[in-house]
Design a binder for this molecule. Structure first.
Ligand SMILES: [Zn+2]
Length: 187
């Protein structure tokens, strides 16, 4: 997911530090709307493998490189239930995630690295609780509100072949030049 369309910096300092430590990570190509893979359902991850570990590292690297706040495996062409998120509080990795509780409602801007240059208004729950596996394949639960709750919903939608554009209430809008410029000055 691409958040904070109005230009607030989304790349965290924690992200920059991680990149120095983990040298083997690589930036992958982000698939864009129109690519069939973004409409397909993902498969559960049955066990952790070296290949999957590398994928997760690459997904984090790709998300930070593109200044996203979330990325799902199908966005880099892999139909596995894996999501990475960082809303500025450090990286979160969710394997085989499911939403187990929601409450409240928030309506706001949403963007997606697979739909570059666009944003739309989407209503999501204000509070979301997820259950997932961590990188050791241990189950855990996590609660989020606001942007994190939105990111949980947006990224888990990707695992079921759904893009936010189907939920945008007033169609898609172009990110304006001023907003882009503002983002650049904050880098
Ligand atoms: Zn997205």
């Amino acid at each position: 997911m691409r958040g904070r369309i109005q230009g607030e910096k989304s790349r965290s300092a924690a992200g920059a530090g991680r990149r120095e430590k983990e040298e083997i990570m690589a930036i992958r190509e982000v698939r864009e709307i129109g690519d069939d893979i973004l409409t397909k359902k993902c498969k559960d991850v049955p066990k952790m493998t070296l290949r999957t570990k590398i994928l997760i590292g690459d997904m984090l690297e790709t998300m930070y490189d593109k200044c996203g706040v979330g990325l799902a495996a199908p966005q880099v062409g892999v139909l596995k239930k894996i999501v990475v998120i960082d809303v500025g509080e450090g990286p979160i990795v969710l394997i085989n995630p499911e939403i187990i509780e929601t409450s409240g409602e928030q309506t706001g801007e949403e963007g997606c690295l697979s739909v570059p240059g666009k944003w739309g208004i989407v209503t999501r729950p204000e509070h979301v609780k997820v259950r997932a596996l961590n990188q050791e394949m241990e189950p855990f639960e996590m609660e989020g509100e606001g942007l994190l709750a939105r990111a949980f919903c947006h990224e888990i939608d990707h695992l079921y072949g759904q893009l936010y554009v189907e939920k945008a209430e007033d169609g898609l809008h172009d990110v304006t030049y001023e907003q882009d410029e503002e983002e650049e000055t904050e880098e």
